[in-house]
Every structure is written in structure tokens, then in C-alpha cells.
Design a protein around this ligand. Structure first.
Ligand code: NIG
Ligand code: FE
Length: 402
């Protein structure tokens, strides 16, 4: 068997997923994994003479992990953007039958091919901005055929492009018109038909819910969590986005990977996340787009030691923003994360929110999903919003950019 060529980078400023290493580093990749990382002061060129020289200088980070997106959808909601600018709020639009339900109509009408073709450039935009692992939710189908259709599209996207796609069933996203005034009936259908089918066909890696006054109650969400666990699927929740129903604490009690949005999370919720080891997923794009004024309890999360992830929440309504590095900036400017925290949120902690702790870290033995950026310090990635800084992107040890 021929040994695959080793790749070597020298003089790199290395952000390993949690912190920036104090010295310039050499990094060696072999067989799709990080084979070595060593300070330049201990780098002996002769020992690596057989390596393919990949470059010197710049910042190396793990490939970015976008742990919360709704990338597959039909239509768009530019009209609602205008309504909101005129003063109608997100919840009011939803109550009038717009919002998520308007995207449900467009998604049901779209063929699998159309959904795939529309999602492809969105996913490519994420890839071009350094993402190597993305989560994609269903939640705009809200019936058996259309939820599975969305999940199949998500799976196909991961086969078509060089990126890891993690899928999440979000059938409990909104109440479909067929079940008007019968939310419990719809939750029965989710637990007895949609979720088992998605599990049986291997289409869902996790299960999510929207716990909110305009969506589902904690009791309804809890039933979905129990059904998910019965099918051995991990859970997560959209919770405390618009009000505090205790959805995060409930999810945490069921061992959730993460609670997402959490602008209205209280102290008890923070403590519940800590106790469960759940990740707090911050979505500054939705906060920005909805012109929310209450920020998540960052100080309490930080003090308590709850890991904070940062994601795009890319979707047609609350966050039509398809630029992960912009989220690094927004997480700092809107939520006062440090650039280091923001970057950890899109690498190590983003991966943890997906239960994929082998990703998002540049440690020896980790998969070689990584980015090299044309900047001098990792903080610059959060400081400036500037496309075109991705010099190289490696996916499973293969160069896809640069
Ligand atoms: O993460 N909060 C609910 N779900 C999505 C919004 C989806 C939409 O508005 O289409 C979110 O913000
Ligand atoms: Fe979301």
C-alpha cells in the first residue's frame, strides 16, 4: 500500500477550536487526519522533507461548524421583511398565517429537485466562508411526505458537496393548517408517524422542537422528546426566543445536546443547561433580523461555564443571512462575546452542539477539516466582515479551496 503524501504548513498561528496557541506552529496532515502539530522552535525540516509544502504564515482554524440552519426551503419572505419594517412584528405575522407557514406552502409546492437546486448555492456560500460541517433542519414540510422530502434533500446536499451534513427533524416547528385548533393531534402525528418514519429511513440525526407561544407548549415538546429518545435520537430545542416558557430547562432535563436562541433564558434555565452539559446555541442573525432587544444571558452562561455555540440560523424568515463569519462579528458586537469565544462557538462548541465532538478541534488524530485564512490574528475573523479571506480549505484531508 502506498503511503499518502504528508502535507506540511509552517509558521501558522493556530486556533485549535478553543484557544490560540502561544507559539507559531507547524501542522502535518496525513491520511485525512492531523498527524502532528508542533511549535516551530522544535520543527526539524529534515524530518519533514518528504512533505508537500502547503504554505507558511496565516491563521489556521478548524473548519467552521454551523450547528443550526434551515437551508432547505421554498420561496422567500422579502415581503415580510418589509412588513416588519413597517412595524408588524414576527409573532403577529405568524398569527396572520404568514411566517413559517408561508414557507411551508412554498416548500410543499416545490419538488425535491427544485429544493435541492435552490439550497445548493446557499450551502456553497457557507462552504466558501469556511464551513466544513453544517446542520440542516426540516420543519417547512409539516407532514410526513414533505418532512421526509426536506431531509432527503439535506442528505443529498451532503453527498453533492464537500461538507458534512447533519440532519435534524423539526416537524414540531409550527402547526400545519390541516391540524388547525388541534396541536395535540398534530403532536400525536409527529410522534406516531413522522418521527418513526424519519428514524426508520435513517434520515434524521437528531430531533428539534419550537417551544414558544406561537408554536408548541412545553408539554407538547416533552412528548416529542420522549418519542425521539424511544428511537434513540438526540434532542435539541428552539427555546426562549420570544418569551420564557422554560423550554430550555425542559430540554436539558431530557439530556438535550443544545438549547438554541435563548434570549429570554433565566437563571434556572442557565443552571439546567449546566447540569445537563447542554450547549447554549446563540443565533445573533435572528436577533439582528428581528431587531430583538433582549440579549441572551451571556454573563451568566459564561460564569456558569455553559459552552456557547454560534450559528447562522440561516432561514428565509428570521435570519436570511448565509455568511458564518458575519455571525462571528455579530456575536461580538450584539452579544459581547470575545472573538475567541465567538470562534470557539463556531468550531469546538458548535461541534459539541451536534454531538460531534471529534470535529471543531485541531488536535492530533482529529479529522483534517481545516481552514487557513489570510489574516494575522484569529480575532480579525470576528473584527472585520470581509469575504475573500479563506486561503485554503481542507475537507477530510483533501484541498477544496486554494
Ligand atoms: O430559528 N424560531 C423558529 N424557527 C426559525 C425561524 C424560521 C422562520 O422564520 O422561517 C428560527 O428563527
Ligand atoms: Fe432556527
Amino acid at each position: 500500500m502506498t503511503r499518502s503524501t504528508r502535507m506540511a504548513w509552517r509558521d501558522m498561528t493556530l486556533f485549535d477550536g478553543l484557544a490560540t496557541l502561544p507559539e507559531p506552529m507547524a501542522v502535518i496532515v496525513e491520511d485525512g487526519r492531523i498527524a502532528e502539530r508542533l511549535p516551530m522552535s522544535r520543527f526539524d525540516p529534515a524530518a519533514f522533507a518528504d512533505c508537500r509544502e502547503m504554505g507558511r504564515g496565516g491563521v489556521m482554524t478548524p473548519g467552521l461548524v454551523d450547528c443550526h440552519t434551515h437551508l432547505v426551503f421554498g420561496g422567500n419572505r422579502a415581503d415580510e421583511f418589509e412588513q416588519r419594517l413597517e412595524g408588524v412584528d414576527y409573532a403577529e405575522i405568524a398569527r396572520r398565517g404568514g411566517g413559517i407557514i408561508s414557507t411551508v406552502r412554498a416548500t410543499r409546492e416545490a419538488s425535491e429537485e427544485t429544493l435541492f437546486a435552490r439550497a445548493l448555492p446557499r450551502l456553497q456560500a457557507l462552504i466558501d466562508d469556511g464551513v466544513t460541517c453544517v446542520e440542516i433542519k426540516s420543519g417547512y414540510g409539516l407532514d410526513l411526505a414533505n418532512e421526509l422530502k426536506m431531509l432527503r434533500v439535506a442528505r443529498r446536499l451532503g453527498e453533492a458537496l464537500p461538507i458534512r451534513v447533519v440532519t435534524t427533524l423539526l416537524a414540531a416547528h409550527a402547526l400545519p393548517p390541516e391540524f388547525a385548533d388541534d396541536a395535540d393531534g398534530y403532536i400525536d402525528h409527529v410522534c406516531e408517524a413522522i418521527l418513526p418514519a424519519a428514524a426508520r429511513e435513517g434520515l434524521a440525526d437528531a430531533v428539534d422542537v419550537f417551544c414558544e407561544t406561537i408554536a408548541f407548549s412545553p408539554a407538547q415538546c416533552e412528548r416529542v422528546f420522549r418519542a425521539a429518545r424511544a428511537h434513540a435520537l438526540p434532542i435539541k430545542a428552539h427555546a426562549e426566543q420570544l418569551s420564557n416558557l422554560g423550554g430550555s430547562a425542559l430540554a436539558a432535563r431530557h439530556g438535550a445536546l443544545s438549547a438554541d436562541h435563548i434570549e429570554y433564558l433565566d437563571t434556572a434555565g442557565v443552571e439546567a443547561l449546566r447540569a445537563a452539559g447542554s450547549v447554549a446555541v446563540l443565533l445573533p442573525g435572528a436577533f439582528h433580523t428581528l431587531r430583538e432587544t433582549q440579549a441572551p444571558p451571556i454573563d451568566a452562561l459564561r460564569r456558569t461555564g455553559v459552552p456557547m455555540a454560534v450559528a447562522t440560523d440561516a432561514n428565509p424568515g428570521s435570519s436570511p443571512l448565509f455568511m458564518p463569519t458575519l455571525m462571528l462579528n455579530l456575536a461580538c458586537t450584539l452579544f459581547r462575546l470575545t472573538p475567541r469565544e465567538a470562534l470557539a462557538g463556531m468550531t469546538a462548541h458548535g461541534a459539541r452542539a451536534l454531538g460531534r465532538t471529534e470535529l471543531g478541534r485541531l488536535e492530533v488524530g482529529a479529522p483534517a477539516d481545516l481552514c487557513v485564512w489570510d489574516v494575522e490574528t484569529p480575532a480579525e475573523l470576528a473584527y472585520a466582515v470581509q469575504p475573500g479571506r479563506l486561503r485554503q480549505r481542507l475537507f477530510k484531508g483533501e484541498l477544496t479551496h486554494g
